[in-house]
Design a protein around this ligand. Structure first.
Ligand code: UDP
Ligand code: LCN
Length: 819
């Protein structure tokens, strides 16, 4: 049954329904009666379709219904609410576009509803009293966005910088006065109090234009390599300061781009000009939770890709900053500070050290600030879900240390994950600094109905804090960086992580009728890369770390069980399928082991190697990890996998991991990422960078990273048999066609080099920093109004929720389990 026919109309759903009741009325009524049967509840599309099928036997009749206008509603429904005698439907025709309708099961009449009414309807299922409370707290961030322009095309979501450049072009054109905000903005640019670009004499667009004409003419016959210092004095007399470029050639480019913008603004010159502006020198990056360190931390609870991402990001950003500052002709030292939590009980890591230089950088450091309670410094690790009560004090103390370390304010503050984004919002609002946020993974979509069920989940997850903190940060920030489109607005049939915050409700706490709009131009996609000095292709033989060969040979093929590995591979000639992840349920490593165990064809073709967790569940502090460890042991026993599986404990040495991916490639194997949901998936791009064919989940980021059948393959984690057969098909095809493996390997590498490198990322991020600093200046009044609203929401709501999270008391330190 095709469940997604094209809509007949582009009108809003309720307006297009007048004739609906007349079509297939009898069958439709039967179908609605079936939906009503079990009383109040939430239904998903597949439930609607299953029950439609059981209510109406004949296929032709079902098709008739689905072809009717009411049928269209069913087909585009993300969620339906049954509150007899009505049903409410949340209809999503395309990414980001939602409509809500209410249908009477008796008369089949269709009525449009607001998001607020839809949420009230939903609350009726969980908390009727709250739903009926006329004065229940409603939060409406959209009400403050009236003067912000929004994108309209789903396909443009995530291209905020492009949109803003275009918008600015139209706003700055017209009369000379239209460009005045740009002139004022340029006049405010300085480094440590010293004017850059222009000084106060060029205070209008015509004066600036004239100075540019004179300056450009003066450079006409100057050799292109002439240093700026040679004509600096003349420039100063015309009102032009340092920052235009280090050589005559660079200066001429910058002048030309601005002259074009002042003459007739266009987005291309606007973007080029902004990318040249000397505005960012000091950057603060918050990542409070987890163990944030440079070695021996991966595999510890809550400590995964985010740490890898940030360290690589810092190296790429510093490199790009140094290059830009040099090309701007300025003598400045950029500083990047990663600010995290200092953990006295550091389990052998450096997380108890206050300041640690970041390896591979010249001026970047990790600054660690402890969590403090009334009893003093908290010594132990705290789960990311329980972290909220410490954050406000942490922000205050971190701010003092940061200002001290940087000897001034940062130019850009970046948050990571819910805790870091909240801290970044608090500090950016206090200092008036431009802010960016990165979620890595928003928790809300990972747990079904986690908003309405918050009371049930709160003791374990404290979503009453997390979802509010996320919504506050999304609204407070100037720009949001995501790794993929799907993170913002999902796909054709699945809403995005941010999109799920558009309207949601926490019955008893607040009803967020407008949380975030995915058409907001603050969203930008900038995908991370993998460090290419660590993850390089298996075929680059001269670069291979051959000194690691004995260690890797032992790791993969020895026949002993010890603390680092268990199981063995009896047939060394078989290719290996490899997976590496933290042993979280969502990573579904046990799912992969089970698929492998059940699929005789796959077992006959390949061996299985898993890296993750450790073997003694009693040593884990993480509930999910303990369960996964036990499950791994059970599956290995159940499917008698000894001889075909090697389970290696979590690995912390990325150089050795890089070589491990390449060793797997040498066996003509593949990397398999079977997650039930993966926000982005750094292991996927690490494997692809090594030229290892990659077969990864179609749920989340990997669906976008890999083009199925070209640069790897997608598998559906919800259909294990189909997935394991797809993996087996790949290896069978490789046996028949000895070029097939090479083709997929090369396809993966091509995709990486075109779209997933840190160089591309760093460039995009610094451009965002510049353009959104101007944007926030332009929208100052509106920004301030929103800030006041956010502050009120924070003080009255989030602070109360934070008080419900128990404060930890230090336990005596235990022997650290081996990561
Ligand atoms: N990783 C590791 N050792 C392990 C498991 C993972 O070094 O035992 C690294 C892996 O190479 C990758 C990161 O941790 O760089 C995991 O990032 P990913 O985005 O795949 O998942 P996350 O853990 O962030 O959910
Ligand atoms: C968190 C995740 O869950 C992963 O999917 C990402 O790759 C990682 O952060 C880095 O952004």
């Amino acid at each position: 049954m095709d469940s997604s026919p094209a809509l007949k109309t582009t009108e809003p759903v309720p307006d297009s329904m007048p004739e609906a009741p007349s079509q297939s009325r009898y069958h439709m009524k039967r179908c609605f009666a079936k939906y009503m049967e079990k009383g109040r509840r939430i239904m998903k599309l597949h439930h609607l379709m299953d029950e439609l099928e059981s209510a109406i036997d004949a296929k032709t009749e079902r098709e008739l219904i689905l072809g009717s206008d009411l049928g269209y509603i069913l087909c585009y429904t993300q969620e339906a609410l049954v509150v007899p005698p009505h049903m409410a439907f949340a209809v999503r025709r395309s990414p980001g576009n939602w409509e809500y309708v209410k249908v009477s099961s008796d008369s089949l009449s269709v009525e449009g509803m607001s998001a607020a009414d839809y949420l009230k309807f939903k609350e009726m299922i969980y908390d009727e009293e709250w739903a009926k409370d006329e004065n229940a707290l409603e939060v409406d961030f959209g009400a403050l966005d009236f003067s912000v322009p929004h994108l309209t095309l789903s396909s443009s979501i995530g291209n905020g910088v492009d949109f803003i450049s275009k918008y600015l072009s139209s706003k700055l054109s017209g009369t000379p006065d239209s460009a005045q905000p740009l002139v004022d903005f340029l006049a405010s640019i300085n480094y440590q109090g010293e004017n850059l670009m222009i000084n106060e004499t060029l205070d209008t667009a015509p004066k600036l234009q004239m100075a540019l004409i004179v300056a450009e003419a003066s450079l006409a016959s100057v050799p292109k390599d002439t240093p700026f210092q040679d004509f600096e004095m003349r420039f100063k007399e015309w009102g032009l300061e340092k920052g235009w470029g280090d050589t005559a050639e660079k200066v001429k480019d910058t002048i030309r781009w601005l002259s074009e913008v002042l003459q007739a603004p266009d987005p291309t010159n606007m973007e080029k000009f902004f990318s040249r502006l000397p505005m960012i020198f000091n950057v603060v990056i918050f990542s409070p939770h987890g163990y944030f360190g440079q070695s021996d931390v991966l595999g510890l609870p809550d400590t995964g890709g985010q740490v890898v991402y940030i360290l690589d990001q810092v190296r790429a950003l510093e490199e790009e900053l140094l290059l830009r500052i040099k090309e701007q002709g300025i003598n400045a030292k950029p500083q990047i500070l990663v600010v995290t939590r200092l953990i006295p009980d550091a389990r052998g890591t450096k997380c108890n050290q206050e300041l640690e230089p970041i390896i591979g950088t010249k001026h970047s450091n990790i600054l660690r600030v402890p969590f403090r309670t009334e009893k003093g410094v908290l010594r132990q690790w705290v789960s990311r879900f329980d972290i909220y009560p410490y954050l406000e004090r942490f922000t205050q103390e971190a701010t003092i240390k940061i200002l001290d370390q940087l000897e001034g304010k940062p130019d850009l503050i970046i948050g990571n994950y819910s805790d870091g984004n909240l801290v970044a919002s608090l500090m950016a609002s206090k200092l008036g600094t431009t802010q960016g946020t990165i979620a890595h993974a928003l928790e809300k979509t990972k747990y079904e109905h986690s908003d309405v069920k918050w009371k049930e989940l709160d003791p374990k997850y404290h979503f009453s804090c997390q979802f509010i903190a996320d919504t506050i940060a999304m609204n407070a920030t100037d720009f949001i960086i995501t790794s993929t489109f799907q993170e913002i607005a999902g796909s054709h049939d699945r809403p995005g992580q941010y999109e799920s915050h558009a309207a949601f409700t926490l019955p008893g706490l607040c009803r967020v009728v407008s949380g975030i709009n995915v058409f907001d131009p603050k969203f930008n996609i900038a995908a991370p890369g993998a460090d290419q000095s660590v993850y390089f292709p298996y075929s680059e033989k001269h670069k291979r770390l051959t000194q690691l060969n004995p260690a890797i040979e032992e790791l993969l093929y020895s026949h002993v069980d010890n603390d680092e590995h268990i199981g063995y591979l009896a047939d060394k000639k078989k290719p290996i399928i490899f997976s590496m992840a933290r042993l979280d349920t969502v990573k579904n490593i046990t799912g992969l082991v089970e698929w492998y165990g059940k699929n005789a064809r796959l077992k006959s073709l390949v061996n299985l190697v898993i890296v993750g967790g450790f073997f003694d569940s009693s040593k884990s502090k993480d509930r999910e990890e303990m369960a996964e460890i036990r499950k791994m042991h059970d599956l290995i026993a159940k499917y008698q996998l000894k001889g075909q599986i090697r389970w290696i404990a979590a690995q912390t040495d990325r150089y050795r991991n890089g070589e491990l991916y390449r060793w797997i490639a040498d066996t003509r194997g593949a990397f398999v990422q079977p997650a039930l949901y993966e926000a982005f998936g750094l292991t996927v791009i690490e494997a692809m960078n090594c030229g290892l064919p990659t077969i990864a989940t179609n749920q989340g980021g990997p669906a976008e990273i890999i083009v199925d059948g070209v640069s790897g393959f997608h598998i559906d984690p919800n259909h294990g048999e189909e997935s394991s057969n797809k993996i087996a098909d790949f290896f069978e095809k490789c046996k028949v066609d000895n070029q097939y493996w090479n083709k997929i390997s090369a396809g993966g590498l091509k995709r990486i080099n075109e779209c997933y490198t840190w160089k591309i990322y760093a460039n995009k991020m610094l451009n965002m920093g510049c353009i959104y600093t101007f944007w926030r200046q332009l929208k100052k009044e509106q920004k301030q109004a929103k800030q006041r609203y956010i502050q009120m929401f924070y003080s009255l709501q989030l602070r109360n929720s934070m008080k419900t999270v128990p404060i930890k008391t230090d336990e005596p330190e235990q022997a650290a389990p081996k990561p």
